[in-house]
Design a protein around this ligand. Structure first.
Ligand code: FMN
Length: 369
């Protein structure tokens, strides 16, 4: 079944001009091998949810407040023990080596050079903790776990993540098997390199394996007791990622989650789910400030960050745009994308008349329906 004998990931390191992150996808499609590009950009099924993650933003408008006495808005915020320069962090993403030869270490370096944010390390990373650590250069990191069916292996992985300095664990609960990724099936996509963090529980290293195969070998029956186990064993705050309903948010909190991560996995799992942004407000009302909410899926502009914060999110996670930045410019490209989001958010905050992130959270959005 394996198709990709050789995979030529981009190697260029350069700052990139980000007019909008939408342009980055098109540009990346010219430098990333097709199988890798489709894996990164694609969604599941007819890609309804992938597209809906974008159109969902149109449902709410931002009301510009004037005479607001705002200058040089302050984008800083905090979560748990971390003071952040911006209210956005890196989402956990597998196999950055598809985008760039420096793999997750390149992303990590871009993040550390930008500073003041958090990298989420995927269990399906193509780089080791040590390699990523060098790039991160002391910057904070959270670890996202795909569990093994074997509890001892889960303990080992959590031990390693803690040793590496993870300050929170993200339990991804919406990917107990792969969504129907039609692009990957058409391309006969298999990972061109291994996954050192989880290879201990796979029948191979991950190299030449399909996502379907890897998910099938990971733990599929995820339930509240898994949240409790991770929280108790690691002693770290646990986010449950993939929450799309108020009921599941409360279930996660009841099981010991210290945070709720609203996401539909970038439209890569259950197709025909609503846009992630459409689910946020009801979840935030149900959570009612008990724990912080991280939001992702479809964030491409400063306006999106603003709307998610104003709808109850505390922190926003960015995914594909950073990966496309990595493809186009290595660590420098990652930094350029993060700088774009910071600049764009500041502009939106100024024009909306909001000086601080607290002001953004209190802003009233306009119902466009
Ligand atoms: N989420 C995880 O929890 N673990 C993963 O290993 C993971 N791998 C991903 C790989 C790719 C190429 C992409 C695009 C997403 C992946 N995600 C993973 C989902 C992201 O964490 C995040 O939910 C998604 O990228 C948000 O959608 P957006 O990038 O379109 O904004």
């Amino acid at each position: 079944m394996s198709e990709q004998v050789k995979y030529d990931a981009p190697t260029v390191e350069q700052e990139i001009e980000v007019i909008s992150t939408y342009h980055l996808e098109e540009a990346a499609s010219h430098v990333v091998p097709k199988g890798g590009f489709d894996y990164m950009a694609g969604g599941s099924g007819k890609e309804f949810t992938l597209k809906r993650n974008d159109s969902a933003w149109d449902k709410k408008g931002i009301l510009p407040r004037v005479l607001a006495n705002v200058e040089n808005p302050d984008t800083s915020t905090s979560i748990f023990e971390h003071d952040l320069k911006v209210p956005f962090i890196m989402a956990p993403i597998a196999a950055h080596g598809l985008a760039h030869a420096t793999k997750e270490a390149g992303t990590a370096r871009g993040i550390s050079e930008f500073g003041g944010t958090i990298m989420s390390i995927s269990a399906y990373s193509g780089a080791t903790f040590e390699e990523i650590d060098k790039g991160l250069n002391g910057n904070p990191r959270w670890f996202q776990i795909y569990m093994s069916k074997d509890e001892e292996m889960n303990k080992n992985i959590l031990d390693e993540a803690k040793q590496d300095g993870a300050t929170a664990i993200i339990l991804t609960a919406d990917a107990t098997l792969s969504g129907n990724r039609e692009r990957d099936i058409t391309n006969k996509f298999v990972y061109p390199f291994g996954m050192p963090i989880v290879s201990r529980y796979l029948t191979g290293s991950g190299e030449n394996m399909s996502l379907n195969n890897i998910y099938a070998q990971s733990k599929q029956k995820i339930e509240p007791s898994d949240v409790k186990f991770i929280a108790e064993y690691s002693g770290l705050p646990v986010f449950v990622k993939g929450i799309q309903t108020p009921e599941d948010a409360l279930l996660a909190i009841g099981a010991g989650a210290s945070g709720v991560w609203v996401s539909n996995h970038g439209g890569r799992q259950l197709d025909n789910a609503p846009g992630s942004f459409e689910t946020l407000e009801a979840i935030s009302k149900a959570v009612a400030g008990q724990v912080p909410i991280v939001f992702d899926s479809g964030v491409r502009r400063g306006e999106h960050i603003f709307k998610a914060l104003a709808s109850g999110a505390d922190i926003i996670a960015v995914g594909r745009p950073v990966l496309f930045g990595l493809a186009l410019g290595g660590y420098k490209g990652v930094k350029s994308v993060l700088e774009y989001f910071e600049t764009d958010l500041k502009r939106v905050m100024q024009l909306a008349g909001t000086q601080t992130i607290e002001d953004v959270k209190n802003a009233q959005l306009f119902d466009m329906k």
